[in-house]
Design a protein around this ligand. Structure first.
Ligand SMILES: NC(=O)c1ccc[n+]([C@@H]2O[C@H](COP(=O)([O-])OP(=O)(O)OC[C@H]3O[C@@H](n4cnc5c(N)ncnc54)[C@H](O)[C@@H]3O)[C@@H](O)[C@H]2O)c1
Length: 325
């Protein structure tokens, strides 16, 4: 079987995680890379082969490229993904997929019109333990869902945090699509934020979302860039679901290795998630064998949860209904 030929748009930190996935063999062939900084692009082709492209549109005009990974800064995602679909390429687009629900809906329409896959890079739900958690919940093995917890505590220096923006749109989007994957749509969200940080951030460093689920369960979603966890049992990322007949938990601390090459690169669950996600894109979604585990519709609904949290923060933490359509 011919492997899909995939090029990168953007060669920053996250691109390195995809490079590791290509190196391990994800059922995809590396076609090349564009980055406005050609040295960054060359570092990838020196390792993986493929071409250095002089511009995004050179990538999209190349008939030897079947699909692109949109790994550019957030404000480029929508335009890059639209242009790629219009050129007949399949697209895997990093989170947050776009800045508004209307843009994500436009991408859904563009993908349908082009007959191409546009898959959000919702990598956290491609971890085996999260998939098992979903299965246990769906099969009723945990009974009735009582509470769900997703906690993220990874200190980001002011310099690193500046690349991304606030934790609500940048990181809590992982929590929101994970909640949708595991337990479905929350009805309402109450949210708080904080700016405490060792340095000075222009954006919030911490958010807590309490979501009410249709059956009355509470889903607690917490994100912090603010401080390292110096305790004896530190958190990084923790998922826990507690039901009336059972529970399941999963921690990114389950398997760690020494790798200080980049942020969180020693966390094997995290690094592996990019491999599983890329492999799903290349071997399942592109050939039409199975849809993405988390779709553009989920990206749209995840943003609806984030927007409800933003309204709640503006209203002093009062719970807000999530508006999905
Ligand atoms: N899924 C995850 O766990 C995860 C983790 C980190 C980052 N991300 C996402 O990945 C994206 C990139 O983040 P990063 O950490 O790699 O950032 P980064 O700043 O390290 O890299 C961004 C790269 O994009 C390049 N670039 C700038 N303008 C561009 C353009 N117009 N077209 C193409 N490339 C351009 C920059 O030169 C840089 O090399 C962001 O959207 C971020 O939210 C996702």
């Amino acid at each position: 079987m011919t492997l899909p030929r995939i090029a990168l748009i953007g060669a920053g930190i996250v691109a390195e995680l995809y490079a590791k996935a290509f190196e391990r063999g994800a059922g995809a062939s590396f076609a090349g890379v564009f980055d406005p900084d050609p040295e960054r692009a060359q570092a990838f082709t020196a390792r993986l082969g493929g071409k250095v492209y002089g511009g995004r549109d050179d990538v999209l005009a190349d008939p030897a490229v079947d699909a692109v990974l949109v790994l550019s800064p957030n404000h480029c995602h929508f335009d890059d993904a639209c242009a790629a679909l219009a050129s007949g390429k399949h697209v895997l687009v990093e989170k947050p997929v776009a800045a508004s629900i209307a843009e994500i809906a436009a991408l859904e329409r563009a993908a349908a019109a082009a007959g191409r896959v546009c898959m959000p890079a919702h990598n956290y739900i491609y971890m085996d333990s999260v998939i098992r958690m979903k299965r246990l919940l769906a099969e009723g093995r945990l009974g009735k869902l009582a509470s769900l917890w997703i906690l993220y505590n990874i200190f980001h220096s002011a310099e690193l945090a500046k690349r991304y923006g606030g934790v609500l749109r940048e990181v809590a989007v992982h929590h929101a699509y994970s909640l949708l994957f595991l337990a479905g749509r929350p009805v309402s969200v109450a949210a708080q934020q904080s700016h405490v940080h060792a340095g000075t951030l222009e954006t919030e460093s911490q958010v807590m979302l309490t979501c009410t689920m249709p059956g009355g369960a509470l889903a607690n979603l917490w994100v912090s860039f603010a401080a390292s966890d110096h305790t004896a049992d530190p958190w990084t990322v923790l998922y826990k679901v507690l039901g009336t007949k059972g529970g399941a938990s999963f921690s990114w601390n389950d398997a760690l290795v020494e790798d200080d090459g980049g942020p969180a690169w020693g966390i094997t669950n995290y690094v592996d998630s990019f491999h599983t996600e890329l492999s799903h894109f290349a071997t399942q979604a592109i050939p039409g064998i199975a849809p993405p585990l988390s779709t553009l519709r989920d990206a749209r609904e995840a943003l609806a949860i984030i927007e409800a949290a933003e309204r709640s923060i503006r209203h002093g933490g009062a719970a807000q209904h999530v508006i999905y359509d």
